[in-house]
Design a protein around this ligand. Structure first.
Ligand code: SAH
Length: 401
């Protein structure tokens, strides 16, 4: 192939001393690394990135912010249709390899985890036949028709629908984005199986893409500890942890969320996985207020899985304070020999900082506490070793004496 045919996109040239990160396969090019770019580039345009000496480095989406290019290929991209088929097929094969895409127990998983799959700005979640597409960049949004077509090729008749859930994630970048079906339409039963349990997933109006797949393994762990426990699931959303506690034979179940629609889903999901008919109470309240007024010793297994308290480095400090306060409230009042599953999904609060906040909370209560597990996201949410920023979920299981 002639060189001119291999490099078909507008060019960006980097300062050589700034090109090293790309050599190490870091997927972002910061604007300060750009020496020259072709005139007239628009947000989301595909660009080929070169070194000062004219060596091809990578291909990605151009952006106008501090990240000038989000790299999605380290090889020249000649045909986008072919590329998407290859990349989505590879993502699917990887989920088979880790035992997810072929499991009779679980038919919902993350198919594409942005940078972790070498596709910055793109999340695709698979919900038993429906793929939910979520673009976090204008460039990926512009690929949606090709992505939907490639999904059809890779999954064949197993694919019933592709739903685009990008309106909220592109808010502020592309106001005209609207959620909707790119292929197929709403199925009658929007249900999935996870570790043998059944859940309703609301990808059209629920949070994120509809379900928190990243807690799958942690919910399975909780099931093992739930027998005969009085469980309180704080920030329950669609009731995932509570349903597993029901399946694990808890003595009583309580779910708390501030959102009414979340609690409606939680009620239904717990009922579907509660063959023993364990009593389930739901509370629509602010978590801090509820925990502050909670009776001492009322529960002996508490889950704390709040939304991200920090959206970036500038709110890191206030987030750490919020984690400290939240954990302190639960630690203070949990029954002797209780377990706390405590999480943070703030990307800018690392495990050490989060552990520090929990330790500070423990000290304030004076109780004796041991860490039984350190938790993270499951392997369908892989993190590139060159992109530590992709590690966001961290959790601890505490034993409180
Ligand atoms: N643990 C859930 C995911 C939690 S998402 C799962 O496994 O599916 C965070 C949830 O916290 C959301 O449902 C949101 O409605 C709720 N939330 C946010 N702020 C809250 C507050 N102050 N008090 C109670 N719930 C809150």
């Amino acid at each position: 192939m002639m060189e001119s045919e291999m490099f078909r996109w507008p060019r960006i040239v980097l300062y050589d001393r700034k090109a090293q990160a790309l050599g190490r396969r870091h997927p972002w090019v910061f604007s300060g690394a750009v020496r020259e770019s072709e005139v007239g580039l628009c947000e989301g345009d595909i660009v080929d990135v070169f070194s000062e000496t004219g060596q091809y480095l990578a291909t990605g989406h151009y952006g106008e912010g501090s990240i000038a290019v989000r790299i999605f290929s380290f090889e020249p991209v000649v045909d986008l249709r072919v590329m998407w088929e290859e990349r989505l097929s590879e993502a699917f094969q990887f989920r088979r390899l880790i035992g997810l895409a072929v499991s009779p127990e679980t038919n919902a998983y993350r198919l594409v985890n942005a940078e972790g799959d070498g596709l910055p700005g793109l999340v695709i979640d698979w919900y038993g036949g429906t793929a939910v597409f979520q673009a976090h960049s204008v460039g990926m949004y512009q690929e949606r028709a090709r992505v939907a077509e490639a999904l059809r090729k890779v999954f064949g008749s197993a694919l019933r629908a592709v739903f685009d859930r990008s309106a909220s994630t592109l808010h502020g970048k592309l106001e005209k984005a609207r959620d909707g079906y790119l292929l197929g339409n709403a199925p009658d039963g929007p249900f999935i199986r996870e570790n043998g349990l059944k859940f309703r997933v609301d990808w059209e109006a629920g949070q994120k893409t509809g379900f928190f797949l990243d807690q799958r393994d942690n919910r399975a762990l909780l099931r093992r500890y739930a027998r005969d426990r009085e469980v309180l699931n704080v920030f329950c959303y669609s009731g995932g942890f509570t349903a597993y506690a029901a399946a694990g034979g808890a003595r009583s179940l309580s779910s708390l969320d501030s959102s009414e629609s979340a609690l409606r889903l939680a009620r239904e999901n717990v009922a579907m996985n509660n063959p023993e008919g364990i009593p389930h109470l739901v509370f629509q309240e602010d978590a801090f207020k509820f925990l502050g007024g909670m009776q001492e010793g009322a529960y002996d297994l508490i889950v704390l899985d709040p939304p991200a308290f920090s959206k970036g480095p500038s709110s890191r400090h206030s987030a750490v304070q919020a984690y400290r306060r939240l954990n302190q409230l639960a630690i203070r009042r949990i029954r002797k020999n209780g377990l706390i599953f405590t999480f943070s999904c703030s990307q800018s609060v690392g495990l050490e900082l989060f552990s520090g906040a929990v330790t500070a909370a423990a000290i304030e209560t004076g109780r004796s506490i041991r860490v039984l597990h350190e938790l993270s996201h499951p392997p369908d949410h892989p993190v590139s070793i060159y992109h530590a920023e992709g590690r966001y979920l961290k959790g601890l299981v505490l034993h409180v004496r």
